[in-house]
Design a protein around this ligand. Structure first.
Ligand code: SAH
Ligand code: SF4
Length: 371
């Protein structure tokens, strides 16, 4: 059955109107349906301003959902929530709801099931790549994250595409999903409140600069030391830093927006003076803010046979001091959601055979106590 979620209002008008055969619907009906979907309606029955016969007819031809069920985990204390969605082909993907101190909520969405880039510090990367997500599967992450414990959807005003996968390898479907999510007749998320994070696909950055959407950009730099970066992010070998910097400058000249540089910090690896020096060189000529992310633990990951670790407070202070001395603006990301495996780089879902057991769909569970 055709899924209606993930289509723009104009596409719904076309699908339900002229191209739908003997009983085309007028555009205002498509607008109503689009609004209901954007509000999170789970069935055509719930669309109470549509005639009953129309709801039944729609239900026979179309489906609203491309995900089967959901499990939720909430991090006690910081309101982070991780949602697992089961896709129609059995794969499980994850999305995260983040809350900041001011109570603003951000949806962190996945763009792929798994990831082909193989960054050594990242759980998703260690799982390999299964497939690109469809627009509907991206939109539904947002809609289902927004369902709260109560009846009314929660207010989520921001989106970061920083979940599983490399978004710029799935730019077509992501574009479509963002067109739906930013539509004023639907969820109405402002493009200024959306950020896409890439591990550094230079062509993708240019494509984004030229064809939009005009959203914020974050680059997972990790280190500006080229040789070290290649060892940590194997696929970066295809995109030397000089080429990446050119792409960023091009993007910035068009967008005028500050670019975020994300640096996951690994004990004794990328917090050296040499890393600060290389970074100083890299940011010259760019408007950037550096976002430092102390590594979130992922069991079993190592770098050239040594287990990875998060830097201690002394090492962090020394590195931030080094950046400050060089006039580099940096903020430290607060660790959130790590107990539920929902922090940066911990997302895994279930990309296996579908043996994953579904928890009570939609209900919020808290994680088992750690011993
Ligand atoms: N693939 C895209 C989008 C995912 S964003 C990208 O890499 O940019 C995920 C962010 O979390 C990236 O900045 C990545 O560097 C960071 N990250 C990955 N593994 C991590 C870990 N174990 N701890 C902290 N940050 C991690
Ligand atoms: Fe993929 Fe990003 Fe993880 Fe690297 S950090 S493996 S690009 S999801």
């Amino acid at each position: 059955m055709d899924v209606l979620t993930g289509r723009t209002q104009a596409e719904l008008e076309e699908l339900l109107g002229p191209s739908s055969g003997p009983a085309p619907l007028p555009p205002y009906r498509a607008a109503q349906i689009f609004r209901w979907i954007s509000r999170g309606a789970r069935s055509f029955e719930a669309m109470t301003d549509l005639p009953r016969e129309l709801r039944a007819a729609l239900g026979e031809r179309f489906s609203l959902s491309s995900v089967e069920a959901a499990a939720r985990l909430r991090e006690p204390g910081d309101e982070t929530e991780k949602l697992t969605l089961r896709l129609r082909d059995g794969l499980g993907i994850e999305a995260v709801l983040l809350s900041d101190g001011a109570g603003r909520k951000t949806a962190c969405l996945s763009s792929q099931a798994g990831c082909p880039m193989g960054c050594v510090f990242c759980k998703t990367g260690s799982l390999g790549f299964r497939r690109n997500l469809e627009a509907a599967e991206i939109v539904e992450q947002f809609l289902r994250l927004r369902d709260g414990p109560g009846d009314a959807p929660r207010d989520i005003s921001r989106i970061v595409v920083m979940g599983m996968g490399e978004p710029l390898l799935n730019l077509g479907e992501l574009r479509q999903a963002l067109a739906v999510l930013t539509s004023p007749g639907g969820c109405g998320i402002s493009k200024r409140h959306i950020t896409i994070s890439t591990c550094g696909m230079a062509e993708g950055i240019r494509d984004l600069a030229e064809h939009g959407p005009r959203v914020g950009l974050a680059l997972s730099l990790t280190t500006a030391d080229e040789a070290l970066r290649r060892r940590l992010m194997p696929v970066s070998a295809a995109h030397p830093l000089t080429e990446l910097k050119k792409a960023l400058r091009y993007y910035q000249a068009r967008e005028g927006r500050r670019i975020t540089l994300e640096m996951v910090l690994l004990e004794g690896i990328n917090t050296r003076k040499a890393d600060a020096e290389a970074l100083e060189d890299f940011v010259r000529g760019l408007e950037t803010v550096v976002n430092l992310i102390p590594w979130n633990a992922v069991e079993g990951l190592s770098f050239e046979r040594a287990p990875l670790r998060s830097p201690g407070s002394g090492e962090l202070a020394a590195f931030t001091g080094e950046l400050a001395r060089r006039g580099i603006k940096a903020t430290m990301r607060r660790r959130k959601g790590s107990r539920i495996g929902g922090a940066c780089g911990q997302l895994a879902g279930d990309l296996g055979t579908g043996s994953y057991s579904l928890q009570s769909a939609g209900r919020i569970a808290t994680p088992p106590k750690r011993s």
